[in-house]
Design a protein around this ligand. Structure first.
Ligand code: PMP
Length: 444
């Protein structure tokens, strides 16, 4: 089946759509329109092929458009389009929850479905507070996030996240929130491969925060195991273990936001498995359906779930959910995505190719303006010094040069961030880093 793309949009036709996360004026002056995608490549409206260095937006883990996923969505749409989320459901949602529970660390086996990473985060924060309340500990309401963290754009996620530009325009956020310091320190960590040696002690800030507020007022700590949108910051060795120990000491729930690290990005089903630290709650989205249908999830431990299951049978245990929670099309896509990941043995493959990825990323050390390179799993960031007084200037210019050269990368502040589909070949890895090399040389 071929879809005829609408290639020639007039300036007028561009006006009604208010694009997210985008300078609308700049975009509408010079639109980047994509009309197709397959495997590692996008097709632009001009008919160019672009190597996708970002897996869409950290989500298309098995590459674009695997036929098995497309067919599952198509078939489900003709079968059962929708079921209400009030007191009814459908078999695929149970089947998917079971498959997900089979991928998570031991004990994390109760899955609540939502439609995005932002919803997953807000849901997890609500579950954390309600969990303590259900146990008769309603005084535990304080939430702890981390500087440079990204947890989506809902008010809950914004409140625990730590990126100033995202918060600036939106007035008061949730009260009762504190932040850990971020874990990045270039002086001690520059050009580290994988997890940096320096920085485990920064987890002890949690103990300090707990002592300021009284630990018995803290509901949960939420961190990304690897800070993603904040610039790909792998956790220092021992850091997550220390956070886990402090949470255990004080009865604080530990939430890992695995919207990026879930579904194989670090070479294991979840980042928790890859990094060897088990949280109480995981949030996920993106790779859940290989990006094909919006879906997110909150995966809770049995302990958390069971705390809700104590009242009278007819009472709603968690008064929360969404019209499209566990949507049949998303569940069909979610099941097919796991099938594809397993068929390709994609998580183990990622672990194998991550060494090559690391070596090629770090081959850029010494190129003009590059002041740091970070990597873990199939993630990387290339930090490019800006022109004095112009933050982001050279990274943006390098990103544009890559785009012109046929490679799609993303900029996050002064970094180029990379998160390719996990099916990437060694030759495609070479092409990504060679293109960045040429771009920074051209800027010199
Ligand atoms: N948490 C993390 C760690 C993310 O990376 C993202 C998206 N980049 C989100 C939450 C929000 O997900 P969504 O855009 O699907 O709401």
């Amino acid at each position: 089946m071929t879809i005829v793309p609408q290639m020639n949009l007039s300036r007028e036709a561009l006006e009604p759509y208010w694009l997210p996360f985008t300078s609308n004026r700049a975009f509408k002056a010079k639109p980047r329109l994509f009309v197709g995608a397959k495997g590692m490549f996008y097709t632009t409206a001009e008919g160019r092929q672009l190597l996708d260095g970002m897996a869409g937006l950290w989500c298309v883990n098995a590459g674009h458009g695997p036929e098995r996923i497309t067919a599952a969505i198509r078939e489900q749409a003709g079968h059962l389009d929708y079921v209400s989320s009030f007191q009814m459901s459908h078999p695929l949602a149970f089947k998917l929850a079971g498959r997900i529970a089979g991928l998570t660390p031991e004990g994390l086996d109760r899955v609540f479905f939502v439609n995005s990473g932002s919803e997953a985060v807000d849901t997890a924060l609500k579950i954390a507070r309600a969990y303590h309340r259900a146990r008769g500990d309603a005084g535990r309401t304080r939430l702890i996030g981390r500087a440079k963290g990204y947890h989506g754009m809902g008010f809950g996620g914004l409140s625990v996240a730590g990126i100033a530009r995202h918060r600036r325009d939106f007035g008061p956020l949730l009260g009762d929130v504190d932040h850990l310091p971020h874990t990045y320190n270039r002086e001690h960590q520059a050009f580290s491969r994988g997890q940096p040696d320096w920085g485990a002690h920064l987890a002890d800030e949690l103990e300090a925060i707990a002592q300021i507020h009284d630990p018995s007022t803290i509901a949960a700590v939420i961190v990304e195991p690897v800070t993603g949108s904040g610039g790909v910051l792998p956790p220092p060795k021992g850091y997550l273990e220390r956070l886990r120990a402090i949470c255990d000491r004080h009865g604080i729930l530990l939430i890992f936001d695995e919207v990026i690290t879930g579904y194989g990005r670090l070479g294991a089903p979840f980042g928790s498995t890859a990094l060897g630290v088990t949280p109480d709650i995981i949030t996920c989205a993106k790779g859940m359906t290989n990006g094909a249908v919006p879906m997110g999830g909150v995966i809770a431990s049995t302990k958390v779930y069971d705390a809700f299951m104590t009242g009278p049978d007819e009472a709603v245990e968690l008064m929360h959910g969404y019209t499209y929670s566990g949507h049949p099309l998303a569940c069909a896509a979610g099941l097919a995505a796991i099938d594809v990941y397993e068929e390709l043995d994609l998580f183990a493959r990622t672990a194998r190719i991550a060494g090559y990825w690391e070596a090629q990323a770090h081959s850029l050390q010494g190129e003009p303006h590059i002041v740091d390179i970070r990597n873990i799993g199939l993630l990387a960031a290339i930090e490019i010094a800006p022109k004095p007084g112009e933050p982001g200037s050279r990274s943006a210019a390098a990103g544009n040069l890559c785009y012109e050269a046929g490679v799609l990368v993303r900029t996050a502040g002064d970094a180029l961030v990379l998160s390719p589909p996990l099916i990437i070949t060694e030759a495609e890895i070479d092409r990504i880093f060679d293109t960045i090399r040429q771009a920074v040389r051209a800027l010199a």
